[in-house]
Design a binder for this molecule. Sequence first.
Ligand SMILES: Cc1ncc(COP(=O)(O)O)c(C=O)c1O
Length: 421
Amino acid sequence: MSPFDSNSLRTQFPALTQHVNGKPAVFLDAPGGTQVPQRVINAMSEYLAFSNANTHGAFATSIRTERIIHEARSAAADLLGCTPDEVAFGANMTSLTFAISRAIGREIKVGDEIIVTDLDHDANIAPWQALEEHGAIIRVAPICKENCVLNTQALLELLCPKTKLVAIGMASNSVGSINDIDCIIRAAHKVGALVYVDAVHYAPHGLIDVKKLDCDFLACSAYKFFGPHVGLVYGKKDHMQRFLPYKVRPASDNTPDRWETGTQNHEGLAGFIAAVDYLADVGRSYGAEIPKEYPHESERRISLISGMQAIRQYEHKLAKQLVKGLLDINGLTFYGIKDFEQFTHRVPTVSIRIATKAPRDVAEILGQEGFFVWDGNYYALSLSEQLGVEPTGGMVRIGLVHYNTAYEIDRLLETLGNQIK
Ligand SMILES: Cc1ncc(COP(=O)(O)O)c(C=O)c1O
């Protein structure tokens, strides 16, 4: 195995070569969307140049388009550890989650309970809250404010025979905490509840294995893991067949097509395949040998497993460097897990505030220096409200992925220390 070489991988991402005011751009905005390797751009433009068509035609471009859809499903299966017919594509995670929640809503009765959390992005809260129209009661699991992790015990205590669904995130897009979803899924199933997992923020940082997790649904978005703006949702085959989607009459009733309303983003699917292949190549180049617990997986799935392990290890080091440096800056409030011993429970996404400046001002100053960071609530509205920062501009989010480097973090810490007094 070669040592992880972020600088070499970076050469595949044209966007990373940009400058702002003469300084190299530093992309710390990944939680809102990552940059893409050249192969994703090539795949999308090649599709548009030579295969651009709708499906079900008797001619070459339409046949090629169907082949790409088929390949995208098999790439999704390798990415998530499921079968190709258990994944539906759509515009984005939010639209897919509303589609699934509306379908589940058809079976919701007055007094049924749904659990959401204060840690989640609103895309895994609002679609479930909408089911109040059917008489559902929404229960909200709180966070532990001191380290911004989900209060798992409090969530478990909300479970009861009336619970029909638990909507939970794998990792917080605001403060990076990873939830103990194994334990939550097991407990939810014991009371007969479904579990809908938002894996959007976790996907670029670690392996997803829906079969091991045993979740009922899991959604993510390719633009958060080095691909284009395409969403995907996994659903256990039985659920994908049993629940009734809202769809037009002539469209196929086969699974997963029945969940894919209208014409899909075919160029996006071509780019999605390239993004999955990119991650598999990270494993082929830098991954450790995979333990024998995966004897039946495809070569690409095995490479993805080792690629995501390599990425996680590299990001772990970056996260330590970033958090240690931030904690040394006077007048900075840090939100989230800061105890290194607990770093296996976080991804390298952090939120901060500077005592003397509004989050937007901090983001603007950093922006002028070439550092791309987000400010606000990033749609993790409940968390921002719980932390009391919502009325004053939220927080500043620094989000690392594997194309970030130790050098970039040093530069950021120096700029924060010098410029923001
Ligand atoms: C954790 C999380 N969930 C859901 C979403 C919504 O994803 P999409 O834009 O694909 O609807 C985001 C986007 O920021 C997110 O970070």
